[in-house]
Design a protein around this ligand. Structure first.
Ligand code: PBG
Length: 334
């Protein structure tokens, strides 16, 4: 690092023109950094907007190919699929997650046939499938009426993971935060010789208020009994995130994720510095909703806030970002 003194050193010189600003830029965003989350739903020929996420839609499978086509055309590397499971298919144990004809498996088969080059990411967690909205199965304990039992949940998650991998999901992304699930899933994949299925673990996932709109999108918010604080991380903690990441890597994760995104950029940076492994961040539904709400009020320039927020993830050390802005950002980058 060079240290000079004013007036001979003037840091504003390099900012004087666009060409020097571009030459000295330390980070950049490209389409290769973007992952687009998509909500799928049952029914025919419909798209419904998520009210708390303006511009984000749940689409039926007969419209899915048309919905994904622009992402494929723009070269977005991967999309992440989330299902709005009909209420009558939800139960206490999340049984539908293991059904080879559930929304995710049908979507995966359809998209693999239509767009063989786009990567498919499947969320591994039971909340879209449970009648109580939790990511695992409940076993009441004397102190906790809605306790999510770890090892019983892992068994169901392994079944869900195999089900998705068999249907053509390329990257399994466990977002449940049970202990030991990465190792259990990796072992089960290996036993079926599914050696190319990648694991992107939501290693450091916090119990956050910023998931509110997502739970609306899935219809799980109103169902949720209690909160997720006994399995998702405490926002007060940072060293603990490094332990979570280390364990998931030892258990066989290929990539790790930090979630939410913008309020947790310090965690992204620490993970990247410590482990130097592929690290992703999730700009979650509440972050999207905040920017959209301010933009709709005329308080923020949406496009500039969007691009700046995405670049911030790169500066923090992320290899890529899951973002509801992926399509709009890719259009601007094209
Ligand atoms: C659930 C899951 C959640 C999100 C992704 N997977 C919500 C939760 O943990 O309650 C949130 C994503 C977002 O807010 O955009 N396993």
């Amino acid at each position: 690092m060079t240290v000079g003194r004013y007036p001979s050193t003037r840091l504003r010189r390099n900012r004087h023109d666009d060409f020097t600003r571009r030459l000295v830029a330390e980070n950049s965003l490209s389409v290769d950094d973007l992952i687009w989350p998509i909500f799928v739903t049952e029914g025919h020929d419909t798209e419904t907007e998520v009210s708390s996420m303006p511009g984000v839609k749940r689409v039926t499978l007969d419209r899915l190919a048309a919905h994904v086509a622009p992402a494929a055309r723009l070269g977005i590397p991967a999309i992440a699929l989330f299902p709005m499971t009909p209420l009558e298919k939800r139960d206490d144990e999340g049984t539908e997650s293991g059904n080879a004809d559930n929304l995710i498996c049908r979507s995966a088969r359809l998209l693999k046939a239509e767009f063989p080059d786009i990567g498919l990411i499947g969320d591994v967690a039971l909340d879209p499938y449970t009648s109580h909205g939790h990511d695992g199965v409940l076993r009441e304990t004397p102190s906790h009426p809605h306790y999510v039992a770890n090892d019983e949940s892992v068994a169901v998650l392994v079944r869900q993971a195999l089900n998705q991998a068999r249907s053509g999901i390329d990257i399994l992304a466990p977002s449940d935060m049970m202990d030991g699930r990465i190792g259990a899933i990796r072992e089960a994949l290996d036993a079926e010789n599914l050696v190319h299925t990648r694991l992107m673990s939501y290693a450091a996932k916090y119990a956050s208020a910023f998931y509110g709109p997502f739970r609306d999108a899935l219809g799980s918010g109103g169902l949720l009994r209690g909160d997720k604080k006994t399995y998702q991380m405490d926002p007060a903690n940072s060293d603990e995130a490094l332990r979570e990441v280390e364990l998931d890597l030892l258990e066989g994760a290929d990539m790790v994720m930090v979630k939410p995104g913008m309020p947790y950029l310090d965690i992204v940076r620490r993970v990247r510095d410590r482990f130097a492994v592929p690290t992703f961040a999730y700009q979650v539904s509440g972050e999207y909703a905040m920017i959209m709400a301010a933009a709709r009020n005329g308080w923020l320039d949406r496009d500039r806030a969007m691009m700046e927020s995405l670049l911030a993830f790169k500066r923090a050390g992320a290899n890529g970002v899951l973002t509801y802005f992926a399509l709009e950002a890719a259009e601007r980058l094209a």
